[in-house]
Write a protein that binds this ligand. Sequence first.
Ligand code: ADP
Ligand code: MG
Length: 222
Amino acid sequence: MIRTHQLSYQYPAGPLLVFPDVDVPQGAVLLLSGPSGCGKSTWLALVAALLAPTAGTLTVAEQALGTLKNIAADAWRARAIGFLPQKLHLSAALDVQQNLALAQWASGQAEDPARIHAALSALGVQELARRRPSQLSGGQAQRVALARAVLLNPRVILADEPTASLDDEAASDAVGLLLDTARTHGATLVIATHDARVAALIPPGNNGQIGFQPLQLQRNQL
Ligand code: ADP
Ligand code: MG
């Protein structure tokens, strides 16, 4: 679940971003759309407790975020949030298996090869475990990054521009994969995008997810 109230963020020497309130139940899908620069990535960073709001309140996965301090925020994020960033940030020096192990270490857990194998298998990329990121196609790399995002069974999955630079077929695959993965985990899914194709890729009935909400940000809300 994600609930915000009068949320805003002021970049130092940047714009004041004022966000509409949302109330997204656990397991639902939020499509966060709007033109480039309207604040989508900033909103995701607030929900992931990577940024602290300038004003307003937000509750994510039952946690009121305003009160979290840095270390607690890091621990909470590792457990609660699966982030699929726009730039995937796979370590080029490590193979796929090691990239996922790194995520386990970063969350304070021991490496768990069985769990890594299960996460890669669920996304159909288990045979790529010993490849380096440079040996993956764009679609394969995105699947690996999504496997990493859901490795710890997060309550909330945040995807930032997951269809950027993908052709129609690959964009459709990417959105389908996100919906399926979120449903499997019972996770709330946010897709932040300026890609007008994405809305049409979320099927009627919403793939069995419990609810769907569009939230359109406007540049003139800045
Ligand atoms: P979107 O993801 O919708 O394209 P962003 O959240 O990245 O939008 O950015 C929203 C606005 O905040 C833009 O005007 C952008 O230029 C500005 N912005 C983003 N990051 C910073 C920053 N670190 N410092 C100052 N302004 C920023
Ligand atoms: Mg963005």
